[in-house]
Ligand binder design. Sequence first.
Ligand SMILES: NC(=O)c1ccc[n+]([C@@H]2O[C@H](COP(=O)([O-])OP(=O)(O)OC[C@H]3O[C@@H](n4cnc5c(N)ncnc54)[C@H](OP(=O)(O)O)[C@@H]3O)[C@@H](O)[C@H]2O)c1
Length: 279
Amino acid sequence: MPRALEGKIAVITGASSGIGAACALEMARAGMDIALVARRADRLERMAAEVRAIGRRAASIVADVAESGHERQVLDSAQQQLGPVDVVFSNAGYGQDRAVLDMEESELRAMFETNFFSSVSLLRESARRMIERRQGGHLLMCSSVVAKFAIPRMGAYSASKAAQAMVCRAMRTELEPHGIAVSSVHPVTTRTEFFQQSARRSGREAAEQVPAHAPRLFVQPPERVARAVVACLRRPCPEVWTSHLVRLSAALFTAFPGLLDPVLRRTHAADLGDPARGA
Ligand SMILES: NC(=O)c1ccc[n+]([C@@H]2O[C@H](COP(=O)([O-])OP(=O)(O)OC[C@H]3O[C@@H](n4cnc5c(N)ncnc54)[C@H](OP(=O)(O)O)[C@@H]3O)[C@@H](O)[C@H]2O)c1
C-alpha cells in the first residue's frame, strides 16, 4: 500500500530555488503542508505564496543551515507554525568548481559544514523527535550522482555528496525499527541556479545554466527530481534516481573506476589544462 501524503507536514531546506522549490510544489500538490527553509526571505515568501495557491499551508523559515543549532530552530519553528513534522528533506547545498589542490582548507571545511554536517544534524534531531512521537516518518538528503563517481573540479563537492549517501545508508537500518524511512536522492545534471552559483563561488561568471561538458541527454529539469522524490515518499526506497542509465553507469564506474578516467580526460580536457605548462 502506498503511504498517504494528504495532510502530512514536510520540512525542505534549500526551498528558495531549484530542486527544493520544485519539491515544495510537488509535495503541496500531493496534499502536504510545507515548511520552506533557506536564507533568502523574499524567495521563500514567493514560494510560500505558490504553496498556498495550491491550497496547502506553508511556513517560511529563514535560516542558514551552516550555523550550529539551526536544526532545533528550524524544527521548532515548523512545529509551531504547522504541527509535528512527518518528512524532512535536507536539500540545501552548493558546489565549487575548483580542483582539490586549488581550494583553501577553509573552503573545504565550509563545504562539508553546509553539505554534510548540517544535513546530519538536521536528520539526527528530526529522528530524535520522530522516535519520541512514535509516529514514524521519512528523512531524505539530497546527495548526487557524483556521490558514486567524482568528476574533475568537483572533488570536494563529490566527497561531501558521497558522505551524505553513506550516512543515509547507515541511518536507514538504524531507524527502521522506529518506522522511520531514510533515502538519499541522486539527481543527474539539473537545470537550477547550482552551476552559476558554483562558478560565482569560484570567481567566475557562468554564461550557461549547465556546464558545457554535461551530456545534454542527461540534463533534467528540477520538476523531474521532485516527481521522483514524491514517488519515494509514497513508496519509500533507499535511493532516488531519475535516470536508469546513469544509475547503471554509476554502478559500473564504482566497480571499475579506471574505466571512467579516459572519458573524463576527454570531456574535461579544457578544465584540466596542460600540466607541462603548469595550467
Ligand atoms: N543542480 C544539479 O545538477 C544537482 C545535481 C545533483 C545534486 N544536486 C543537489 O541538489 C541540491 C539543491 O541544489 P539545486 O540544484 O536546487 O541548486 P540551487 O538552485 O542553487 O539551490 C540551492 C538551495 O540551497 C540553499 N542553500 C545553500 N546554502 C544554504 C545555507 N547555508 N543555508 C540555507 N540554505 C542554503 C539555497 O538557498 P539560499 O541561497 O536562499 O539560502 C537554495 O535554495 C544541492 O544539495 C545540490 O548539491 C544538484
